[in-house]
Design a protein around this ligand. Sequence first.
Ligand SMILES: Cc1cc2nc3c(=O)[nH]c(=O)nc-3n(C[C@H](O)[C@H](O)[C@H](O)COP(=O)(O)OP(=O)(O)OC[C@H]3O[C@@H](n4cnc5c(N)ncnc54)[C@H](O)[C@@H]3O)c2cc1C
Length: 371
Amino acid sequence: MALQEAVIDKPATESAVALRDAVRRIACSDLNAQVVEIDKGLYPADTMRAFGKVGAWGTHLAPDGKADLREAIATMSIVSQTCTATGFMAWCQDTLGWYVLNTDNVELRERLLPRIASGAQLGGTGLSNPMKTFYAIEQLRLKAQRVKGGYTVRGVLPWVSNLGPDHLFGAICEVEADGQRVMFLVDCAGPGVTLKPCEPFLAMDGTGTYAVQFRDAFIPDSMVLSHDAMSYVKKVRAGFLLLQFGMAFGLIRDCIAMMREVKPALGHVNCYLPEQPEHFEEMLEKVEAEVMELAKTPYNTDIAYWRRIIELRLAGGDACVAAANAAMLHCGARGYVAAHRAQRRLREAWFVAIVTPATKQLRKMLADTAH
Ligand SMILES: Cc1cc2nc3c(=O)[nH]c(=O)nc-3n(C[C@H](O)[C@H](O)[C@H](O)COP(=O)(O)OP(=O)(O)OC[C@H]3O[C@@H](n4cnc5c(N)ncnc54)[C@H](O)[C@@H]3O)c2cc1C
């Protein structure tokens, strides 16, 4: 795990150094011990809570427009360097916190934000379908009716992760009468809400992923994040994408480590492969530096800022797949042993490229903003 030490972006404060050390300790001990079981389907709730207890889920939740996402990305990358499935759950948890930070519903924010930051409350985000809707890829799947004190919602979200019976997640519905879009938090134990197990997944079976069914589920106004989801999403969308880089950076760093690990034995022939660890190190350093700069100002409304995030996010997904593919080729027969992490990394890398916004959606988003 030598490269666990080598996070390129420097922590800004002493407390950030201490936090990264604490996260690294849990990643290299508890998480590392569970990683094979997580790959087979274990949902690591206790480890997710342990990361929360040391402060991993709260660094990006500064109020009054002062949020800075750098430490959230850095700690998520440390988690992902051991297990990107858990890195993805870290993103789900961080994104839930990001939603609650940015609501005008003060009572909801004050009640839940400290619990999400500490990991006492776990949960995620069900925004894949709305994110596709905004770019004319799908129709909204959740339909609602305004009723006294809230909304009744029906429909199905096919995949929502980092869930369990006492978890929460963010979602968006459309009011049938007037087309208004409302963003709200869902209590998985709420009336009319059912978690349905999914078919087994590649790499992501331990991520607590369920299909969520809404059967006239009552969502009280107290759980509404915004009655105007469109402007709310504009506020949180840069953070949504920027936080995903934590998964990519950790995964790429471990792929570099694998290429270096086999160098003493296989370097004399691996040097003929077109992609070398130095290539990925150079690329990682450049992209990480730029992302960390962008992550200081997640409320920037400049269209050039948003477009640059989309370009980098696309490059990040491509780089994950390339790095995991290169690690596999460098490891050779060693990597083809089922217990070796090289093949797990390859499966995890594809997920970074298909999770919303997927590679194809990112390309469409760039094409749509080109003119
Ligand atoms: C393991 C896993 C975890 C995920 N976690 C989350 C999450 O936490 N939150 C979230 O919002 N999204 C989640 N997703 C969805 C993810 O972000 C992407 O939206 C999804 O991978 C598809 O994206 P795509 O753009 O490639 O769409 P495509 O796969 O091209 O198209 C998606 C559409 O295809 C249809 N479809 C295809 N296969 C199925 C199927 N098996 N069941 C139902 N419909 C299907 C549906 O209409 C769906 O909307 C998860 C997906 C997976 C595989």
